[in-house]
Ligand binder design. Structure first.
Ligand code: SAM
Ligand code: SF4
Length: 329
């Protein structure tokens, strides 16, 4: 699949549910309305949809959400997708999780062929963790991360940079990840969906963070790529890798290789735009994939050049109305 700007689409992110056991302040409001369960694709349908994308050239699948590990029976899907690994078409199956269910599932994930997981963790302070996630249990997540490591999964920690909330902890996070052997990525907050608070209050440009960190740490730019949008440095003092995802301060769209599907089968060609294509109807219309493939091809032909996220006081409205938990980040 090649889009109108010559970018090859090889990476599919699949939001398997929009539901979550946390209510992170930058992601959701406390009283979220979720999609009616009747609208969800079944796990079999998600499997078939992913299979069609793999047939069209997708080499990397990431399950996300909401919280992917709270969808009932999700391991059936992981197992089935895992069977596509090793055949020469699919290179990697991975997931992004809040870590709350990792103690239960880490071993099985490994068995199914998953080798890396991204775990979102914004703080190492239990009280702050509760304030950020509203409903999360810090000890359970830390134990889940330990379980992932024990199971042999490589862990990358994703930390959303929040002004006045966790900016005093970046050094500790770099040190801790270095000690544990985890990669770490800092992410700028993106203006997606209404939340209870004010995003201009939360937004912290990573260009500033990076400059401040460089007063204390030695960073060497490296060419490490995971298929995602992070730019990596190696931290001299820990030997660890540190990534920066900067949708606002530095546009990364030129090298975008990704599209996303939601748990209802909507295909979003860009995280930061509203255009989408319904794949549920062609999926359900017939048992053959012909119409589905046509719909995917047509949609890829409309992939936009890039997003235009802005956060400042004049733009205090979300750039896109849907929450990150719908398209999964
Ligand atoms: N529940 C899982 C988790 O938290 O890892 C997967 C889904 S979550 C939507 C995926 C990632 O998006 C997480 O790392 C989260 O911190 C990040 N995220 C959510 N809302 C965001 C926002 N408005 N701006 C930037 N990152 C956001
Ligand atoms: Fe849930 Fe992940 Fe959103 Fe937090 S960031 S509310 S864990 S989906």
């Amino acid at each position: 699949m090649i889009d109108p700007f010559g970018r090859e689409i090889t990476y599919l992110r699949v939001s398997v549910t929009d539901r979550c056991d946390f209510r992170c302040v930058y992601c959701m409001s406390e009283d979220m309305t979720f999609l009616p369960k009747a609208e969800l694709l079944t796990l079999e349908e998600l499997d078939r949809l992913c299979g069609a994308f793999v047939g069209l050239g997708v080499r990397k699948l990431r399950l996300t959400g909401g919280e992917p590990l709270v969808r009932r029976n999700v391991m059936w899907l992981v197992r089935s997708l895992g069977e596509r690994l090793g055949g020469g078409a699919l290179d990697e199956l991975t997931l992004t999780t809040n870590g709350s269910q990792l103690r239960r599932f880490a071993g099985e994930l490994y068995e199914c062929g998953v080798r890396r997981v991204n775990v979102s963790l914004d703080t190492l302070d239990a009280e702050k963790f509760l304030a950020i996630t509203r409903w999360g249990k810090f000890e359970k997540v830390m134990d889940g991360i330990a379980a992932a490591k024990e199971a042999g999964l490589r862990v990358k920690i994703n930390t959303v940079a929040l002004k006045g909330v966790n900016e005093d902890e970046f050094d500790d996070l770099i040190r801790w990840c270095g000690d544990e052997g985890f990669d770490l990525t800092f992410i700028e907050t993106m203006p997606m969906g209404d939340i209870d608070g004010d995003r201009t209050e939360q937004y912290l440009p990573l260009s500033m963070v990076r400059a401040r960190l460089m007063e204390r740490w030695t960073f060497t730019d490296i060419d490490y790529k995971t298929g995602g949008p992070a730019r990596y440095v190696e931290v001299g003092e820990t030997g660890g890798r540190l990534g920066f995802i900067t949708p606002l301060t530095h546009n990364f769209c030129e090298s975008c290789n990704r599209v996303r599907i939601t748990c209802t089968g909507m295909l979003y060609m860009c995280l930061g735009q509203n255009d989408s294509a319904d794949l549920r109807a062609p999926l359900r219309a017939s048992e053959s994939d012909e119409r589905l493939i046509e719909a995917i091809d047509e949609a890829i032909g409309r992939k936009p050049k890039g997003h235009d996220f802005v956060i400042d006081r004049r733009h205090n409205r979300p750039s896109v109305a849907r929450h990150m938990s719908v398209t999964g980040g």
